[in-house]
Design a protein around this ligand. Sequence first.
Ligand SMILES: Cc1cc2nc3c(=O)[nH]c(=O)nc-3n(C[C@H](O)[C@H](O)[C@H](O)COP(=O)(O)O)c2cc1C
Length: 159
Amino acid sequence: MIDPYEFRRVLGHFPSGVTVVTTLRPGAEPCGLTVNAFSSVSLEPPLVMVCVEREAVSHDCIIEYGRFAVNMLTDEEGERLARHFAQPQVGDKFDGVAWSPSRAGVPILDRALAWVDCTVVKAVEGGDHTIFIAEVTDGDAHEGHPLVYYRGRYGRFDP
Ligand SMILES: Cc1cc2nc3c(=O)[nH]c(=O)nc-3n(C[C@H](O)[C@H](O)[C@H](O)COP(=O)(O)O)c2cc1C
């Protein structure tokens, strides 16, 4: 079996965008984490998936609330947001972060390049992560450039 260090090194060669997945805690305070394991799944119905570590605080928030939003980050403020939301949940991660609720009440980051709001339709065990498959109910996109993550570093998309 491949060892975890080698697994990360090899998989790091696949570039991805970077997102912040946001949801609500049982007390309705916002909760969220940085995620690059995000993908579209289906067009009809419109499905996406995110993989969230079972140990993450946000994991149980998604299970309990049953909804989340995926905020795709820009190359301008995105790196700061990605680093911030990758920290363990101590205090209020949304303190000093501009956001407003979606129509369904899920936090949407004001500086997101694009976002989708979705309802969980299936939670599948995937090793130490849970794969959340969710139906997209709302979304929007703005002008700008995406933040890219490649071999552990943040960068820009330069076609
Ligand atoms: C670039 C980047 C991508 C990440 N992608 C994921 C991911 O796809 N799934 C995940 O569970 N954690 C991912 N993480 C780690 C979480 O953001 C991190 O564990 C976070 O502290 C969890 O926050 P929480 O415990 O407050 O929910 C990523 C971190 C970084 C920096």
